[in-house]
Design a protein around this ligand. Structure first.
Ligand code: BES
Ligand code: MN
Ligand code: ZN
Length: 522
């Protein structure tokens, strides 16, 4: 699969050759944005004629397919309704259109973002991401699987074979459009990696496998990786993390990734911490059988951190410094497993009474948060499929956002809106922590059922007092259930948007150094 950016005006679109030309059509296009030139273009005229003829109403996602569009050299034309042309309409429409297009066997598809589409850069980015989302195909454990290249392979798998998609617009040569396209490509690779690893079954995505994904990312010149096993983790005193892993035959891993852009040598990093439970049975507090398979997605926080590093490795932003921490293990019941009532000592020295072994995410994250302090972080963001209660609170639309720092919370909220990978801030009043009182330790790992996502965050907050911290509960947003069961790759989009909004320069070219890149540093 191949994505290109091409300069194409309305008149150019007439002579442009492709198997399928997709033109985004707003319902209000004609009324709101007449052509700048005095004469209406041949393409516009043709489009309005056929729409009238067919009684086509360009609601978001509605399509009109013309087999031999006479004024065009493309073999087929698809008019794709985008309603009012809002960013969310564009994403939704392009996604649904390409989901149906992908099975039609075209080789070359051109998507035209014409004059009527506003916020060109954003529309382009969302279109690229929507196409790449639509074309993603899980094959790893299907009969169609390619010979096993597995976690050590450099390229990620997938995407509809030899299909090539050209994104076309009149402004394709402007720096901001080119930049948006480059960002979108990097982002799509990160999201794809997060989806792929989220989707792989737990016996194909063990802590060791995730460690290998990181090691593979570490081959990049800007990324350093360190993967620790049980012995090193024990030496560090991560008694809480160790206790979760002790019921499993799979050895735990603690993964550290560090990305430093060429000009970020001395800046303090943003630290991302991803929950990497590769399977959550609940442990001795075992989960009901129905739907338990979905607990293979309990490492989607970890996958999103790996996805961010993939995107960083492609984009190479020169002044970013990012650290990724991934505690990863299984949560299993066996003769060695932790039992309700057990008390363990975390790396911070705080003791924890484990009243429910199914509240394991916070037990592995708390030690990673303590470990994060050594990087003198500018901010620490943990990403975790942490609570079913968050799904009850916010459903599958927005991730839960908790933070001890308003500036960080605002920046993450903003990044969520900009990327359409949204979150919603939740409270952290101290009174919520009363539910976690224990008679036998500094803190209990669960409260009662009330405000379950908040008490989980209150537990984590105890380990994050020394820095600006935010927690994203992605239990409702990291994957879809039902017929569309599969990982979403969220919140890689939100995180990259946040990181890049704090970057002041463009990316480092991958080959030779670029002559004079001016960056507006604060
Ligand atoms: N991984 C789950 C959270 C989860 C549950 C995500 C359902 C998505 C769907 C987490 O480890 C867990 O089991 N949490 C418990 C906490 C409870 C025991 C306090 C939960 O949410 O039920
Ligand atoms: Mn659990
Ligand atoms: Zn879990």
């Amino acid at each position: 699969m191949n994505f290109d950016l091409k300069t194409l005006s309305h008149s150019g679109a007439l002579t442009h050759k492709s198997d399928l030309l997709v033109v985004l059509q707003k319902s209000t296009a004609q009324k709101q944005s007449p052509q700048k030139s005095t004469s209406i273009s041949v393409l516009s005229q043709y489009l309005s004629e056929i729409q009238k003829e067919e009684g086509f109403d360009p609601k978001p996602g509605k399509t009109l397919l013309i087999l031999k569009p006479q004024p065009l050299q493309s073999k087929r034309l698809m008019v794709l309704g985008v309603g009012e042309g809002r960013p969310s309409d564009i994403r939704k429409s392009v996604l649904s259109a390409f989901k149906s297009i992908k099975s039609l066997g075209y080789k070359e598809i051109t998507l035209l973002l014409d004059e009527s589409i506003s916020e060109k850069e954003r529309a382009l980015k969302l279109s690229v991401l929507a196409v790449s989302d639509a074309l993603y195909l899980y094959t790893k454990t299907k009969p169609s699987a390619k010979p096993d290249k597995d976690s050590k392979s450099k390229s990620t798998p997938l995407l509809g074979t030899d299909l090539s998609v050209t994104f076309a617009m009149a402004e394709a040569k402007t720096a901001s459009v080119k930049n948006a396209f480059t960002q979108a490509l990097a982002l799509s690779e990160g999201i794809e990696l997060a989806k792929e690893w989220g989707n792989r079954p737990a016996n194909h995505a063990t802590p060791t496998h995730l460690g290998n994904v990181a090691i593979n990312l570490g081959k990049h010149p800007d990324i350093k990786v360190n993967v620790m096993g049980p012995k090193e983790v024990e030496k560090l005193g991560m008694g809480s993390f160790l206790s979760v892993a002790q019921g499993s035959a799979e050895p735990l891993r603690f993964i550290t990734l560090e990305y430093r852009g060429a000009r970020a040598k001395s800046s303090d990093p943003v630290v991302l911490v991803g929950k990497g439970i590769t399977f959550d049975t609940g442990g001795i507090s075992i989960k009901p059988g129905a739907g338990m398979d979905e607990m293979k997605f309990d490492m989607c926080g970890a996958a999103s951190v790996l996805g961010v590093f993939k995107s960083l490795s492609v984009l190479r932003p020169s002044d970013l410094h990012v650290v990724g921490l991934i505690p990863t293990c299984e949560n299993m019941p066996d003769g060695h497993a932790i039992k309700p009532g057990d008390v363990v000592t975390s790396m911070s020295g705080q003791t924890i009474e484990i009243l429910n072994t199914d509240a394991e995410g916070r037990l592995i994250l708390c030690d990673a948060l303590t470990y994060a302090k050594r990087f003198k972080p500018k901010a620490v963001i943990d990403i975790a499929t942490l609570t079913g209660a968050c799904v009850i609170a916010l459903g599958h639309l927005r991730s839960g956002l908790f933070s001890n720092n308003d500036e960080l919370a605002n920046a993450l909220e903003k990044a969520g809106e900009a990327s359409l990978d949204t979150c919603w801030r939740m409270p952290l009043d101290d009174e919520y922590a009363e539910a976690l009182k224990s008679n036998f330790a500094d803190v209990a790992n669960v409260g009662d059922r009330a405000a379950g996502s908040v008490t989980a965050a209150k537990f984590l907050q105890r380990f994050a007092n020394d820095f600006a911290w935010a927690h994203l509960d992605i239990a409702g947003t990291a994957w879809n259930s039902g017929a569309a069961k599969g990982s979403t790759g969220r919140p890689v989009g939100l995180l990259m948007e946040y990181l890049l909004s704090h970057s002041h320069s463009h990316s480092t070219p991958s080959k030779a150094a670029r002559p004079s890149v001016k960056s507006a540093r604060k």
